[in-house]
Ligand binder design. Structure first.
Ligand code: FES
Length: 172
């Protein structure tokens, strides 16, 4: 770990963080672990996906995610990874006409993460197989919460519910 002696000195003697703190890989990892990994983090605004059908890819702590505004105007967050072969589903922000279609084998998920169609999964014009149950094959959801149009995500099940975590903030 970096030497923080100067930064931790009294205010009269402190010279702040060294430049290395801003570029050092170990420091970055330390910050990710202590500031973000088991907390809630604001990652965007509701206006970023203001209309039904808009999806926006984001990456947080190396995890690719999709923010999606569904047809009931709720915001959902999923891992941006197809459950079939792990390909990235959404490469850029866009307004979808209906659902999220995987660019590889065209499996289709709705904006709530439910798998709806698996075209040709069993061969030409055979769109279902017993081993893939649509109702059980969901995109992996992330814990999320919208407060005052700010959009928060937690990647950890250890973080308390957002209302508890941000109770003091929410009194504003
Ligand atoms: S990788 Fe997505 S449908 Fe095959």
């Amino acid at each position: 770990m970096l030497n923080l002696t100067h930064a931790l000195a009294s205010i009269e003697k402190s010279s702040g963080l060294s430049n290395a703190c801003y570029v050092h890989a170990a420091m970055f990892q330390h910050e990710k672990n202590t500031l973000f990994r088991d907390k809630w983090t604001a990652l965007g605004f509701g206006k970023d996906i203001s209309e039904q059908g808009i999806v926006k890819p984001i990456t947080f702590l190396g995890i690719p995610m999709i923010m999606a505004r569904d047809w009931a105007l709720e915001i959902n967050v999923f891992q941006n990874v197809c459950r079939h072969r792990g390909i990235i589903l959404v490469e850029k922000s866009q307004r979808l006409r209906g659902s999220i279609t995987c660019p590889y084998h065209a499996w289709i998920h709705d904006l709530n993460g439910n798998l709806r169609k698996t075209p040709n999964i069993g061969g030409p014009n055979i769109n279902t197989v017993d081993s893939v149950q649509h109702c059980e094959s969901l995109l992996i959801g992330m814990r999320s919460h919208v407060w005052n149009e700010m959009f928060f995500v937690s990647i950890s099940e250890a973080a308390p519910a957002f209302e508890l975590y941000a109770a003091q903030l929410m009194t504003w």
